[in-house]
Design a protein around this ligand. Structure first.
Ligand code: ATP
Ligand code: MG
Ligand code: MG
Ligand code: MG
Length: 467
């Protein structure tokens, strides 16, 4: 049974509505009143305070399709985009939540029922993991659901203890994987080949039990709760009989639009995938109020736009093209997200402006980088070259690293940080002589700053380079 992404989204929400869950619309990508998080990175984020017990709602069961960005902070998939079949900077997370209502047994039963009955997936393609010491979850899968034991594995903290960030709600989890078949390289969860794309993680069931404190202690939550997350794009790939998310309906349309906009024909090109991914995160970030800038969230947005523009240039684009993709995006996602439609002009303008600004230095910077690469002895671009590209040509460090990676070369990040530091010191010394000017500059920077506290997730430019 082939299903479009839109059909899967509504099938999911309907399934849980029928089981007493309140449908809650997707919240913003900018977490509300939360200084600990850069972007909404999971479906549970808008419910964080409900899990903690400080916010009460008129329901104890909820379901949503939440827009998420993982391009900075604890969950960052920017470097995976274009390299794996399953990662995006922007994706939709389908979720069902219980706030002190049902717990492990029902969460597991619901997920199994949705996948094998509602969607009709063959049970023998599904693999399951539990947290290493969670015998209760193990027994539910093995004895009640009847998953053969050779398809259940016990996994440690890195993958099977989920947390939103360094602090906040967290707990052991149980995950469901889909086997895309022997044509694709990769091994089942818990094996050395698990990072391949054959066994793809589709659904994470988190058994919320603790609130992690800044000092690392785990405070038990008053009520045991459930938070689950399934990537819409990953389940769409399965339902549409393709292996990669980039071959699903939404992405095929965006890749085609990108190909038209840059005048490139081979639709399997990796750069087209990157561009198709990036137009989603950039458009939604702008919709939710972020604008390109040199700090914090705005700098993440700037980095993503510039990466997309560089990939377009690589395919032959000679004029702004990225902003033209908003139209195709709205055709794909405007029904589910009317805010995209009402913000179309604003998105296009912000993208175009950033493209134009970067265009002034992009070509020159690329040829400097090209020279550096062809003269390179060894496998590392020196930090001072990367810094010059950053400082004079507006190349975020990760963009330089992205180009370098295509040639199997790294960037000396430490050398870059040193060069940056020296520049800062020079600027400080100079500022002793021009006090008034500096004051003015500072106040301009403040108005650009989107404003959140100094936590591990809040991004200073320098920290961004060390993710
Ligand atoms: P992976 O191990 O594949 O990186 P994850 O363990 O980081 O995924 P979770 O934090 O458990 O993912 O998120 C729940 C679900 O959200 C995943 O099972 C997956 O279906 C989806 N998901 C997570 N990250 C991405 C992404 N970058 N792009 C698309 N879907 C994602
Ligand atoms: Mg991940
Ligand atoms: Mg995982
Ligand atoms: Mg996971």
């Amino acid at each position: 049974m082939s299903m479009t992404s839109a059909e899967i989204r509504s099938a999911f929400l309907n399934f849980f509505t029928e089981r007493g869950h309140e449908v809650v619309p997707s919240g913003s990508l900018i977490p509300h009143n939360d200084d600990t998080l850069l972007f909404t990175n999971a479906g549970m984020v808008p419910f964080k305070d409900v899990f903690l017990g400080t916010d009460k709602r008129g329901y104890t069961r909820a379901t949503s399709s939440q827009r998420c960005v993982r391009a900075g902070g604890k969950h960052n998939d920017l470097e995976n985009v274009g390299y794996t079949a399953r990662h995006h900077t922007f994706f939709e997370m389908l979720g069902n939540f219980s706030f002190g209502d049902y717990f492990k047994r029902e969460a597991i039963q619901y997920s199994w029922q949705f996948l094998t009955v509602q969607l009709g997936l063959p049970a023998d393609k599904l693999w399951v993991t539990v947290f290493e010491t969670d015998d209760e979850a193990y027994d539910i899968w093995a004895k009640e659901i009847g998953v053969p034991e050779d398809r259940i594995s016990r996994i440690g903290e890195k993958d099977n203890f989920w947390s939103m960030g360094d602090t906040g709600p967290c707990g052991p989890c149980s995950e469901i994987f889909y086997d895309h078949g022997a044509d694709v390289w990769g091994g089942p969860p818990g094996t050395p080949e698990e990072d391949g794309d054959r066994y793809i993680e589709i659904w994470n069931l988190v058994f919320m039990q603790y609130n992690r404190q800044p000092d690392g202690t785990m405070e038990p939550l008053a009520k045991q709760s459930i938070d689950t997350g399934m990537g819409l794009e990953r389940i769409a790939a399965i339902m549409q009989g393709v292996h990669s998310n980039y071959e699903t309906d939404t992405f095929v349309a965006l890749i085609q639009a990108a190909a038209n906009a840059v005048g490139y024909e081979d639709l399997s090109n990796q750069s087209l995938r990157v561009i198709a991914d990036h137009i989603r995160s950039c458009s939604f970030l702008i919709t939710d109020g972020v604008l390109p800038s040199n700090e914090g969230r705005g700098y993440v947005l700037r980095r993503i736009i510039r990466r997309a523009v560089r990939h377009g240039t690589k395919l032959g684009a000679t004029e702004p093209f990225f902003y033209k993709l908003v139209d195709a995006l709205i055709k794909q996602m405007g029904d589910a997200y009317p805010e995209l439609v009402s913000n179309q002009q604003r998105i296009e303008q912000a993208l175009l402006q950033e493209e134009q600004q970067f265009a002034r230095t992009l070509q020159r910077g690329l040829s400097i980088l090209d020279d550096a690469l062809s003269e390179l002895e060894g496998d590392t671009i020196p930090g001072d070259v990367a810094f010059k590209l950053y400082d004079t040509y507006g190349f975020p460090l990760d963009l330089t690293a992205d180009v370098a990676r295509e040639r199997d070369v790294k960037v000396d990040e430490e050398g870059f940080a040193v060069a940056m530091d020296e520049q800062r010191k020079r600027a400080q010394q100079a500022s002793q002589f021009t006090t008034d000017y500096t004051k003015q500059l500072k106040s301009e920077q403040v108005t650009e700053f989107s404003g959140y506290g100094n936590t591990s997730d809040s991004v200073q430019i320098v920290e961004l380079f060390h993710e």
